[in-house]
Design a protein around this ligand. Structure first.
Ligand code: FES
Ligand code: FES
Length: 185
């Protein structure tokens, strides 16, 4: 604690001092400790143990770390863990409640839309958000959305096919699997 010139008392954190962060991860409230400078991506992986979220560039370019913050896709490497205090965070683990793949994941499987899989968690999270907002996208729109992600393996074509496939199936009412997010919406 430290006194300011106007008499207010402020808490001055020392280097290495940790702060408690409580958030809702895939529908469950959980807490952990972190330094104020810790990235949300590292907090999710190392403190909360949700290692499905991958970390590549750590500066917002590759998209591997994409999660949902209050239902909206965003880079967890561009957000501090303390900024997630009290918020709803969903990760790729939430797409497969009870280890049952959701329809988007099943489409990726059908179309061989992943190889090494490093980019896949982030791409799935972007696709899940995008298809909620744009349920019947064109191929050009899907490719535009995917331009926010780097994939070194697939050439993107099978990913585009998977996204268009799941959009078409949903449009026909042929949906299997439900995300944690949807369940908590
Ligand atoms: S690790 Fe976050 S965008 Fe690359
Ligand atoms: S599947 Fe390997 S980077 Fe996308």
């Amino acid at each position: 604690m430290s006194n300011t010139s106007n008499g207010n008392v402020v808490h001055v954190m020392r280097q290495g001092e940790q702060q408690r962060v409580t958030l809702t991860l895939n529908g469950r409230e959980c807490s952990g400790y972190c330094e104020p400078r810790e990235l949300l991506s590292d907090f999710i992986r190392h403190e909360l143990g949700a290692t499905g979220t991958h970390v590549g560039c750590e500066h917002g370019v590759c998209g591997a770390c994409t999660v949902h913050v209050e239902g909206v896709a965003g880079r967890s490497c561009l957000m501090l863990a303390v900024q997630a205090q009290g918020r709803r965070i969903d990760t790729v683990e939430g797409l497969a409640p009870d280890m049952q793949l959701g329809d988007l994941q099943q489409a990726f499987q059908r179309h061989h839309a992943l190889q090494c899989g490093f980019c896949t968690a982030g791409i799935l999270m972007s696709c899940a958000d995008y298809l909620r907002r744009v349920p019947d996208p064109s191929e050009a729109q899907v490719r535009d959305m995917l331009s926010g992600h780097l994939c070194r393996c697939t050439g993107y074509t099978p990913i585009v096919a998977a996204v268009l496939d799941v959009a078409a199936r949903r449009g026909q009412g042929n949906v299997s699997g439900e995300t944690v997010e949807a369940a908590h919406a």
